[in-house]
Ligand binder design. Structure first.
Ligand SMILES: Cc1cc2nc3c(=O)[nH]c(=O)nc-3n(C[C@H](O)[C@H](O)[C@H](O)COP(=O)(O)OP(=O)(O)OC[C@H]3O[C@@H](n4cnc5c(N)ncnc54)[C@H](O)[C@@H]3O)c2cc1C
Length: 459
């Protein structure tokens, strides 16, 4: 290693790469981020608003109170004020009835969920009771080896959760949290949502909604913070290959052959790109490694239609509707997770159904005229957390001592989310710093589990 500051390069400026850079900013290393696109931020991205000008998010992103590392990153880099904290979850039942579900701030977890469950007015009292017992059953679920892991749907059926309850509660909850359909996701992933996202802590289920475009938050403000803290950001820099030099350093080789030598390197790109960059190090993705699609339907009406900050539309094609920005009142976005095959790709058909569904539940939408619409599907939005996938998600360390992996697809114990990406970046940063004799920041702890939750599911 040279006597100069050790050099650490990060390939990929999505949230994983940016979080790694933040964790290394004060470590004493010289840090460079090499990002292929013009703007950093990766999948947490925005596009130009064709109607109002400015930026619109390609897909609405939300975090939850349990996303401790994502929130810590935002706090440290001055972005925390850009998120709205919605404590009340709004559901709209198939009959159009609205339910405001607010966990208690006074009762200890998991009893804080009693008012939330009581608020689910589209379910009968008996269904809410069955739901509560299903949540407890899932929380105490333990793997029984060697039987293969069931999917969430198989497990819910096996413990007698009724089909109507599955359709009106479990399906929207699990599919929106994990981005994959309930008949495909691993029951252990569903358990994580219920335990960490609901039972663990009174603030776990809070919804954190960005109040500024993701492109501004991550592509500009976070990047500016990193540059101010000494990180070199090179956007428009596509890395073609990662190679090892004879002196043990690692080279990030660009398309034109120019090489960036470094003492340690973090590959923070999606799994297929990672396997292309370093095929001898990154395990080849087998068929357990698949992406799950998410569709965003962007709608611009001539006036404000949505009188709630967000709503879960239960039992409909449209799953969530968000009214992100007060500045463009006629704009709203409908998100459909696990949108594989929805309307067989017929975008106009999907748009028409979504508009019809909004008009059925928001009276103001009936009087509004649709000015513009855009349907955006990311076919590999998130890693599909199917039974078996945990066994193939690689850890950040590789067989090469100064080469590390990050990204929401790596083994963090979290689903493919902003929190998973940030955790992976911090894990890789700590490992890369250690490889060059420095200290990088480790991920912060989860929200502490209450005594009662701890007794139920363990600490
Ligand atoms: C439609 C959609 C909705 C979502 N909703 C949510 C949500 O509500 N909540 C939530 O928590 N998460 C959500 N997610 C998931 C979240 O966006 C991702 O988990 C997270 O952004 C992944 O970050 P990453 O850094 O791991 O990967 P990416 O964001 O994919 O970043 C990888 C980066 O590497 C760059 N790159 C690739 N190849 C190269 C190369 N050869 N050289 C240089 N650079 C390269 C890419 O340009 C990209 O910027 C959603 C994702 C999508 C797509």
């Amino acid at each position: 290693m040279s006597h100069e500051r050790p050099r650490i390069a990060i390939v990929g400026g999505g949230l994983a790469g940016l979080a790694a850079a933040e964790a290394l900013a004060d470590s004493g290393a010289s840090v460079t981020v090499l990002e292929a696109r013009r703007r950093a931020g990766g999948r947490a991205a925005s596009f130009e608003d064709p109607v109002g000008g400015g930026l619109v998010d390609a897909c609405q992103h939300v975090a939850m109170g349990c996303c401790t590392n994502f929130l810590d990153l935002c706090r440290r880099t001055g972005l925390a004020d850009a998120f709205r904290r919605d404590r009340t979850l709004w559901f709209i039942g198939p009959d159009g009835r609205r339910a405001a579900c607010t966990p208690s701030r006074r009762w200890p977890a998991p009893l804080h969920l009693v008012p939330l469950l009581a608020g689910l007015r589209h379910l009968s009292f008996r269904e809410r009771w069955t739901l509560a017992s299903g949540m407890v059953g899932l929380a105490v679920w333990r793997e029984r080896l060697p039987s293969p892991r069931p999917t969430a749907l198989e497990w819910l059926r096996s413990v007698g959760q009724p089909e109507r309850l599955i359709r009106l509660f479990w399906q929207p909850l699990i599919e929106s949290a994990l981005g994959e359909s309930i008949d495909l996701v691993d029951v252990a992933a569903a358990r994580k949502v219920v335990v960490d996202g609901f039972l663990a802590h009174r603030q776990a289920a809070d919804l954190l909604v960005p109040m500024a475009p993701l492109g501004t938050l991550f592509g500009e403000r976070l990047v500016d913070w990193l540059v101010e803290h000494g990180v070199a950001m090179q956007t428009g820099h596509f890395v073609n290959a990662v190679q090892r030099a004879a002196d043990g350093r690692v080279l990030a080789v660009a398309g034109d052959g120019a090489a960036t030598p470094c003492d340690a390197l973090i590959i923070a790109v999606p799994w297929k790109a990672a396997a292309r960059l370093a095929p001898d190090v990154v395990p080849p993705a087998d068929d357990r490694f698949a992406g799950s699609p998410i569709t965003a339907v962007h709608l611009w009406f001539d006036r404000a239609c949505i009188d709630l900050p967000h709503a879960v539309l239960v039992g409909r094609v449209s799953q969530w509707v968000f009214r992100p920005d007060e500045a463009t009142p006629g704009y709203c976005q409908v998100v459909i997770s696990a949108s594989r095959g929805v309307f067989e790709g017929d975008r106009d058909g999907l748009r028409d159904v979504v508009v019809e569904e909004l008009r059925a539940v928001f009276p103001a939408a009936r009087r509004a005229t649709l000015v513009a619409a855009k349907v955006v599907t990311d076919p590999t939005a998130v890693l599909s957390v199917r039974p078996g996938v945990e066994a193939v998600r690689p850890r950040c360390a590789t067989t090469v001592s100064n080469l590390f992996l990050a990204g929401d697809w790596t083994a963090t114990g979290w689903p493919s989310t902003m929190e998973g990406a940030v955790r992976s970046g911090r894990l890789a940063a700590a490992a890369a710093a250690s490889a060059v004799g420095l200290t990088g920041r480790e991920p912060v702890a989860d929200l502490p589990r209450s005594l009662l939750t701890g007794l139920l599911v363990g600490r």
